[in-house]
Design a protein around this ligand. Structure first.
Ligand code: GAR
Length: 212
């Protein structure tokens, strides 16, 4: 069974984009570390099974991650997609799901890992900004890049306008990356993304203009 687990902490707009993408997944489960995440309601409206695992109920990161892994393993997922999941995951957790743990980040990594990406982008005066889908490694907001979308930064952009335009692109590229993985079109070999059934290297996946 092709199962997908989506981890969220808040708004859930990327999760919603995944739910609306008509992915080849027989079972989708949304897990949140925050009972008040508005994304949970959206998931329920889509008839999707939701699980809440409040990290504050656990004494430390290791024990939360172990409980999270237990919930995830019960779903036997092909892929775990982080969609605004604002918890740092332990090395052990990341290793356990190596090659099947994806994240979306609101910058053109490796620029601007961490929080406040749009404000920092404006502060630096960069002219091109965007978002990245990557496989997760032990280093925060790092790891083999599956796809990126780039947008120009306008002189009159504010944090809000920039965030809105980047988010629009996030909603395009995340479903595409997840679809590629669920359809066995990409996989992670070591540190490289292999495109199956093609001799083209991972660099071909750099553009969101690629056909789905
Ligand atoms: C998104 O912009 C996502 O890229 C970002 O959080 C937002 C969640 O929004 N993730 C990170 O910053 C991870 N480092 P959403 O809940 O509406 O999808």
């Amino acid at each position: 069974m092709k199962s997908l687990v989506i981890l969220i902490s808040g708004r859930g707009s990327n999760m919603q984009a995944l739910l609306q993408a008509n992915l080849q997944a027989e079972r989708i489960t949304v897990v949140s570390n925050n009972a008040n995440a508005s994304g949970l309601e959206i998931a329920r409206q889509h008839g999707i099974e939701t699980i809440v695992l409040d990290h504050r109920a656990f004494p430390d990161r290791q024990s939360f991650d172990a409980a999270l892994a237990e919930k995830i393993d019960a779903c036997r997922p092909k892929l775990i997609a982080l969609a605004g999941f604002m918890r740092i995951l332990s090395d052990r957790f990341v290793q356990r799901y190596q090659g099947r743990l994806m994240n979306i980040h609101p910058s053109l990594l490796p620029a601007f890992p961490g929080l406040g990406t749009h404000a920092r982008a404006l502060q630096e005066g960069i002219k091109i900004h965007g978002c990245t889908v990557h496989f997760v490694t032990a280093q925060l907001d790092h790891g083999p890049i599956v796809i990126q979308a780039a947008i120009p930064v306008a002189a009159d952009d504010t944090e809000e306008t920039l965030a809105a335009r980047v988010l629009e692109q996030e909603h395009r590229i995340y479903p595409q990356a997840v679809r590629w993985f669920m359809d066995d079109r990409i996989r992670l070999i070591g540190n490289q993304i292999e495109v199956l059934g093609s001799s083209v290297s991972g660099a071909a996946l750099y553009s969101p203009g690629l056909a789905e």
